[in-house]
Design a protein. Sequence first.
Length: 255
Amino acid sequence: MAKVAWITGAGSGIGRTLALEFARAGYDVAVHYCGSVQGALQVKQEISALNRRCIAVQADLSHVEQLREAFRRTCNELGTPDVFVSNAGLTLKATIEDMTEQDFDLLCSVDFKACFFGLQEAVRCMKARGGSILLISSNNAFLQHPMCACYGAVKAAMLKLCRSAAMEMGKYGIRVNAIAPGWTDTGASRLGRKEDSFYHIPLRRWCTPQEIAQAALFLCGPWAGSITGSCLVMDGGASLQTEPLEKYGYAAEQE
């Protein structure tokens, strides 16, 4: 019987690639989306073409009852998840002075509240037989980028949740880990030119969604059976930097 992966925010970006790669690895997949209807339906079609079962599940995860209903539907139609990936999130940037209460609440609700209660629901489903939970955070948890005080704090909270959950859930055979990507080449226009960020990145390249998906498969798979409470940072070394790259012996910034 195929394993089941439940992936939030899978209608676009990193989540889309996660869903497809888990399907290629033999999982049946629940593809969650909120607003990306066409994207989610396209992912579902591609997964079905791989002869894997797939459902597209719409929910506003900032509303806990919608989240719980999405889990109920997944369990009823695909079975108990073996893997839960909390990937859905927003990127809202503002200085501390300019952050509005509305944006603060939205960011915390989608990026942390939904992660917390998604993890809670996943544990309730998995505790009888174990499983793997993966939180997609960000290297902003370790950095102080302009206009990212709230966003970075939320991503850091996810990593604290990861470690605490790993301690609490080990008795059920549930492992909890995180991935913290940096700049990721999802094709989103808001990200701008890759080269403009290379002065921050020792490896002078962006992460790819495929790399994140392969790392996720490893962390959720049998070869990572002793790994829990860990965070894999995938940012080309960006979070290592505290001085301009030239001070480490790198050549001056190149076009």
